[in-house]
Design a protein around this ligand. Structure first.
Ligand code: FAD
Ligand code: NAD
Length: 472
């Protein structure tokens, strides 16, 4: 048994853990990093990266089939699913060196490739190593939730951890769960020529503004995805190549493959948290605003902390922990300025409050500024007109933004800046955007906020008439 003493021990080499390890080691701390599986965690290996790479394949196929409106004859795309999945592998391989053991050892981090478990409040065992640390950061992420649906144990099913290993194209993919994973993978697969049925227990994209979600859902339905809502799965049967799903309301579905996308569970089982006095909640490890667990020397970040589950949140958490653990500075995580985007086509992005949340919190003080893609000249030229941007404004400042449409995930960046810095709508309106860009939408929605004040204001009209009389 080798004993190691260090300043910072990071458990988990995914989005959050790697950011802590890179930052802390480059700022002079002695860092040990544990990883029981693949360097890079979920995002690189089974999450963001492979899903966005497969979405890109779907987009290429869709463009081929829908080019005739541009005067370029459309063709039926010849999809080789195995090659599309090799493209996914290749994209992972291109990004992997950034997360590699070698790169982190180059920073001076000691990387131990084993699962860690607490053996005392300050010690973690990983294989043949016992590591004691001044501060410990748990960044062990989450895994696909596999609910105890009767019959599921006897039927082969896919999750995000196995989907990208497929090489034979599913003829008919049944997806249980209409959240971001379900909808992104539904569209990618229908565009690659699979039949797709999404079975959702409540409302698909139910976390999002319903009007914006409907724009996405309508597009997916138009592309051929069957989306069944309010259909909670009650029983699963069949066998490999022939899967049957029965819902509580008595509907039956049959397909060739089954993908489970019904949420996540925190990776805490291997950690032996009781030995360190670390409490958990229903969704993950209990943390305070500075991301400390119930053991003051131990932090929890990213998916395992049970809040928002995004790579950029894990990265944001890493910054909070570095400030607190390395410099002893008070540092608190907040969520009001954290954006999210679902990379369907059209994309759906949100930062801050939705319209319903803003009205609930600010009542009549909420004003809504809105601008539709169909009035953006670039969107018209490129024929990407479904969508809108909606800004919830309170006392002249944006408190939330919903964008559904082409590149909504890119457009939301400006509003993340605005909310993080408490900017005013007048500052957004003062920006000059190059014409014709889709990004002009952001300025035009700020213009839409001010136009009733300027154009429907009798005082403004009186002042203009008065001044004009004196202008030579
Ligand atoms: C299909 C899919 C698509 C997604 N798309 C996006 C997206 O587009 N944008 C976005 O922002 N987010 C996306 N996410 C979410 C994103 O992947 C996660 O929020 C992010 O990976 C969380 O980072 P993390 O560091 O908390 O955990 P992870 O990245 O999962 O890393 C945790 C690591 O800890 C290791 N580990 C676990 N237990 C132990 C232990 N006891 N000892 C040692 N190591 C351990 C694991 O092996 C893993 O490598 C997606 C997720 C999925 C599933
Ligand atoms: N673009 C992105 O940023 C992105 C993409 C994918 C995933 N993610 C992250 O991963 C997380 C997990 O995604 P997800 O889509 O698995 O989870 P989710 O919790 O967002 O959605 C799961 C859906 O499954 C439904 N469901 C649950 N049990 C069911 C049952 N028995 N029958 C039918 N429907 C059922 C729920 O009603 C819900 O709508 C997301 O919350 C997000 O944080 C992010």
């Amino acid at each position: 048994m080798e004993r190691i003493r260090t300043d910072i021990l990071v458990i988990g080499a995914g989005s959050g853990g790697l950011s802590v390890a890179a930052g802390a080691s480059q700022m002079g701390a002695d860092v040990v990093l544990l990883e029981g599986s693949e360097m890079g965690g979920d995002c690189l290996n089974y999450g963001c990266v492979p899903s966005k790479a497969l979405i890109a394949s779907g987009k290429a196929a869709h463009a081929q089939a829908h080019s005739s409106v541009f005067g370029v004859a459309g063709v039926t795309p010849q999809v080789d699913y195995a090659v599309a999945m090799e493209h996914v592998r290749d994209v992972i391989a291109q990004i992997a060196p950034m997360d590699s053991q070698e790169r982190f050892e180059g920073f001076g981090v000691r990387v131990v490739r084993d699962y860690g478990q607490f053996i005392s409040p300050t010690e973690v065992q990983a294989g043949e190593h016992v590591i004691s640390a001044r501060r410990i950061v748990i960044a062990t992420g989450s895994s696909p939730m596999v609910p105890p649906i009767p019959g599921l144990d006897a039927v082969p099913y896919l999750t995000n951890e196995t989907l990208f290993d497929l090489r034979e194209k599913p003829e008919h993919l049944l997806i249980v769960g209409g959240g971001p994973i379900g909808m992104e993978m539904a569209q990618a697969h229908v565009r690659l020529g699979c039949r797709v049925t999404v079975i959702e227990g409540e409302k698909a994209l139910g976390q999002d503004d319903p009007e914006a979600a409907d724009v996405v859902l309508q597009t997916l339905r138009d592309e051929g995805v069957e989306i069944v809502e309010k259909a909670m799965v009650a029983r699963i049967g069949g066998q490999a190549g022939s899967v049957e799903v029965a819902t509580k309301d008595g509907q039956d579905f049959a397909g060739t493959h089954l993908l489970l996308a019904v949420g996540r569970k925190p990776n805490i089982d291997r950690l032996n948290l009781e030995a360190a006095g670390i409490e958990t909640t229903r969704t993950g490890i209990r943390v305070d605003a500075s991301l400390r667990t119930t053991n003051r020397r131990v932090y929890a970040i990213g998916d395992v902390a049970g809040g928002l589950q995004f790579t950029h949140v894990a990265g944001y958490h890493a910054g909070i922990v570095i400030r607190s653990a390395l410099f002893g500075l008070p540092s608190k995580a907040s969520t009001g300025h954290i954006p999210r985007a679902t990379y369907t086509d059209p994309e759906l992005a949100q930062v801050g409050l939705t319209e319903a949340e803003a009205r609930a919190r600010h009542g009549d003080g909420t004003e809504i500024a809105r601008f539709d893609y169909q009035h953006n000249d670039r969107a018209v030229a490129e024929r990407i007109i479904p969508g809108f941007i909606k800004v919830m404004v309170v006392k002249g400042r944006p408190v939330g933004v919903t964008i559904v449409g082409h590149q909504a995930g890119e457009l939301i960046n400006l509003w993340s800046l605005a909310l993080a810095n408490n900017l005013k709508m007048s500052q957004i309106a003062a920006m000059v955007s190059p014409y014709p860009t889709v990004g002009e939408l952001n300025k035009r929605v700020a213009g839409a906020y001010f136009s009733p004040r300027l154009f429907e204001n009798q005082m403004v009209k009186r002042v203009v008439r008065f001044v004009q009389r004196w202008v030579s």
